[in-house]
Ligand binder design. Structure first.
Ligand code: G3D
Length: 198
């Protein structure tokens, strides 16, 4: 009886919480993506004035029984050295690329490569967002995949998806988040934390 009631309590009042890191170079659109996700998945969220957005932002989004807790860690070079402090604790990574910035594409690839070869991230699903696809002159998905092609072996057998996206208009945001939820829920190697719904 106790087991039944405790199971019912958990079902009604608790969520499975997953920590998702949002990484990428500065100016890639990480914070805009986080704001867009909150707007799309939270009924009463009206969005934050872009001028109030700071470097390390945390936000939550509920998708069914899953709660995603996002950490937007900032992409400036001096902040990149802090990324790996969060790897052991996270359940998924969203890596944002500015598809309009061909000049910094190789810099972005180097940061991605360093991230993906970290042992602490083994088996963690990675969503690569080719952002700013609303800009007519942007790099296409095949262009970006080609530029990142020598990272393929390092990605290994983990779940990885490259998704076209515009954090500004919201295109591709829902698809990306829903894919991430599916991946973190089925990844038995990193079980969620249970949290009471507040
Ligand atoms: P960051 O958090 O990765 O540093 P931001 O990046 O979210 O602060 O975005 C950097 C700039 O890119 C912002 O412009 C923002 O509006 C713009 N941006 C973000 N996503 C998109 C997108 O999908 N399309 C377009 N066209 N622009 C985008 P400003 O001018 O405020 O610096």
């Amino acid at each position: 009886m106790y087991t039944l009631l405790s199971g019912l309590y958990k079902y009604v009042f608790q969520k499975d919480e997953y920590c998702i890191l949002i990484l990428g170079l500065d100016n890639a659109g990480k914070t805009t993506f986080l704001e867009q996700s909150k707007t799309r998945f939270s009924k009463n969220y009206k969005g934050m004035s872009l001028s109030k957005i700071t470097t390390t932002v945390v936000g939550t989004v509920d998708v069914g029984k899953a709660r995603l807790v996002f950490w937007d860690l900032g992409g400036q070079e001096e902040l990149q050295s802090l990324w790996d402090k969060y790897y052991a604790e996270c359940h998924g990574v969203i890596y944002v690329i500015d598809s309009t910035d061909e000049e910094r594409l190789s810099e972005s690839k180097r940061a991605f490569e360093k991230m993906v070869t970290s042992e602490a991230l083994d088996g963690v699903p990675i969503l690569v967002l080719a952002n700013k696809q609303d800009v007519e002159t942007c790099l296409s998905i095949p262009d970006i995949k080609t530029a990142f092609s020598d990272c393929t072996a390092k990605i290994g057998r983990r779940d990885c998806l490259t998704q076209a996206c515009s954090a500004l208009t919201g295109k591709g945001v829902r698809e990306g988040i829903e894919w991430m939820v599916k991946c973190v829920v089925r990844n038995v190697h990193r079980p969620p934390r249970r949290r009471d719904i507040t």
